[in-house]
Design a protein around this ligand. Structure first.
Ligand SMILES: Nc1ncnc2c1ncn2[C@@H]1O[C@H](COP(=O)(O)OP(=O)(O)O)[C@@H](O)[C@H]1O
Ligand SMILES: [Mg+2]
Length: 256
């Protein structure tokens, strides 16, 4: 099962990715959670402490690894490099594990702009392709709204492409933009998870405004999620209510 999670900043992508990863690990599946958002904070949503995270460097910052794998000499922008670098050993080497969830930090490509053709990007894209195509565990990717790390070859293997929204026009607008980008990447279905739901009206608003999307499920507005963030622990460990809702979303991921 391969799951990509996108959406506007602040809607709850990381909260969903972290809680879902923990839930699936509790079911004894192997889970690999990938932080591919420049605003990286998936670790805390999983419950990984600052201490454990200390030694972890994003793949995009591993200059030596990047030049070793792609054959690119540093500073030789525009030079030749390998387009299909070896990446299959990276998840074992550069992930950290907590409560059955393995996590990797991808990081940002500095000169990115729109899909920069550089060694860092090539390595990250190759890595994501490997994770989606060749790995047998559940892979969950917490992404930015720009879908920078994805490519057509990758998205064919995504089982559930999820966009998280909150009840509000701005996140709906982002969802539509993401769907347009996703279309270019040949993604068939874009699934909505509505987050921060306070009432039946909130659900109805999402269903009405995004009626041409498929709905995967909803997460209630939950003070425990805010509290867990203050305490620096996973919301999954603080809220039984969240766990129940995550269970339903996981069931829908498999059955819808
Ligand atoms: N269901 C919810 N109820 C209350 N607060 C939430 C909920 N989901 C997320 N939050 C809070 O909203 C903020 C943004 O969530 P986050 O998961 O980091 O979003 P994103 O990854 O999309 O930027 C965080 O402070 C988080 O604690
Ligand atoms: Mg996030």
């Amino acid at each position: 099962m391969k799951i990509a999670i996108s959406g506007k900043g602040g809607v709850g992508k990381t909260t969903l990715a972290g809680a879902l990863a923990r839930y699936i690990a509790d079911l004894k599946y192997k889970v690999l959670a990938i932080d591919a958002d420049p605003d990286a904070n998936l670790a805390s949503a999983i419950g990984i402490s600052k201490e454990l995270l200390k030694g972890v460097k994003p793949i995009s910052e591993m200059k030596e690894l990047i030049s070793e794998r792609t054959g690119a000499k540093s500073g030789s922008f525009g030079g030749m490099f390998i387009l299909n670098p070896k990446v299959d050993d990276l998840p074992e080497k550069f992930s950290i594990e907590y409560k059955g969830v393995k996590m990797m930090l991808l990081g940002v490509v500095e000169s990115a702009g729109t899909g920069c053709f550089c060694p860092e990007n090539t390595l990250l894209k190759a890595l994501l392709r490997h994770l989606f195509v060749a790995r047998d565990e559940v892979v969950i990717v917490d992404m930015e709204a720009g879908l920078e790390h994805l490519s057509r070859g990758t998205t064919a293997y995504v089982n559930k492409f999820i966009v998280v929204v909150e009840p509000g026009q701005r996140s709906f607008q982002t969802a539509r933009q993401i769907r347009d980008l996703a279309k270019e990447l040949n993604v068939k279905d874009v699934w909505i998870v509505g987050n921060k739901i306070k009432s039946e009206e909130d659900r109805d608003l999402i269903k009405k405004e995004l009626s041409d999307f498929s709905i995967l499920g909803f997460l209630s507005y939950n003070d425990k999620i805010i509290e867990s963030d203050k305490l620096g622990i996973s919301p999954y460990d603080l809220s039984d209510g969240l766990r129940k809702e995550i269970e339903e979303i996981w069931n829908n991921i498999n059955n819808l």
